[in-house]
Design a protein around this ligand. Structure first.
Ligand code: ADP
Length: 270
């Protein structure tokens, strides 16, 4: 649709000619559509839990004594889950906007990734209590990178927590931090549900989920991989995804040799 992609004006040019001035606005139009989609998605994601909360509150407001304790217990569990969902969505949105606005430069600081991963390992253990996965960390203790610590923490933890969420109980998850041809590599491999090929190219879009209904139950915001993608773009890197339905997934990324810092006493620790 030429009218949609071009802004144009036609002006007289001398006595016999017309002058056409056209500007390609494809990119502007695309950005505007993305912004509208984003606002619509955020509103929808917030409205759904609010509708549930509001429903219960109206019921209780009418007559708090009308419901048996078992029902009340279920209602409060559901209300807590919906409140958490909104909290997690707002937190992720804040992280995303902070990353977008950040003027911090990647080359300014060295990030001690092994220390960062030990902190995330402790959080992962808490999260894993219900699922009881076997989680193995194989970390090269002498490997660090130039980067932005808060951003890298978000990227590592989003990928690790996703593996925990999307792997059925008693799964096996491997987290690795190692040197691969002069480049630091981070990977998370799980033997969970896997992802069909057709979804792979869209996974890092904001709010894209393979199974919307099921993902909502896990409490995710749909923004995790969008955050990872942003962080990696900042660090001149890209998310690599290998996955097979029913077999599991491997999410990984590399840092360029310029960002990779290798300690001379590097050793492996589990
Ligand atoms: P969410 O908050 O829904 O987890 P993400 O952006 O982190 O959002 O992930 C997007 C979607 O990618 C998820 O909803 C899920 O369908 C899929 N996904 C992410 N990680 C995995 C994984 N390790 N195994 C299977 N599917 C995954």
């Amino acid at each position: 649709n030429i009218e949609k992609i071009l802004e144009y004006r036609i002006m007289p040019y001398g006595d016999k000619h017309l002058l056409l001035v056209a500007r390609d606005v494809t990119r502007v139009t695309q950005l505007e559509e993305m912004r509208k989609d984003f606002v619509a998605n955020v509103s929808h994601e917030l409205r759904t839990p609010l509708t549930v909360l509001n429903g219960y509150l109206e019921m209780f407001n009418a007559d708090m004594t009308a419901y048996p304790p078992a029902f009340m217990g279920k209602a409060f569990t559901e209300m807590t889950a919906q409140t958490r969902r909104m909290q997690s969505l707002i937190e992720q949105l804040l992280i995303l906007s902070r990353i977008e606005a950040s003027a911090e430069r990647v080359y300014e600081k060295i990030v001690d990734v092994p220390t960062l991963l030990s902190a995330i390992k402790i959080e992962a253990r808490t999260l894993n209590q219900e699922k009881q996965h076997k989680i193995e960390f194989t970390v090269d203790s002498g490997l660090r990178v130039f980067g932005i610590e808060t951003e890298l923490r978000s990227a590592f933890s989003n990928l690790i927590f996703n593996a925990i969420h999307y792997t059925p109980a008693n799964g096996v998850i491997q987290v690795g931090w190692r040197l691969d041809k002069k480049r630091a590599e981070f990977f998370v491999q799980d033997n969970g549900e896997g992802i069909a090929e057709r979804h792979l190219s869209r996974l890092t879009e904001r709010f894209y989920r393979v199974d919307k209904a099921r993902s909502r139950k896990t409490g995710g915001s749909g923004l995790g991989l969008a955050i990872v993608k942003h962080v990696l773009t900042h660090h001149n890197s890209k998310l690599e995804i290998d996955s097979e339905v029913g077999q599991g997934s491997r999410f990984s990324f590399h840092f360029s040799p310029e960002l990779t810092v290798v300690d001379s006493h590097a050793s492996n620790q589990n």
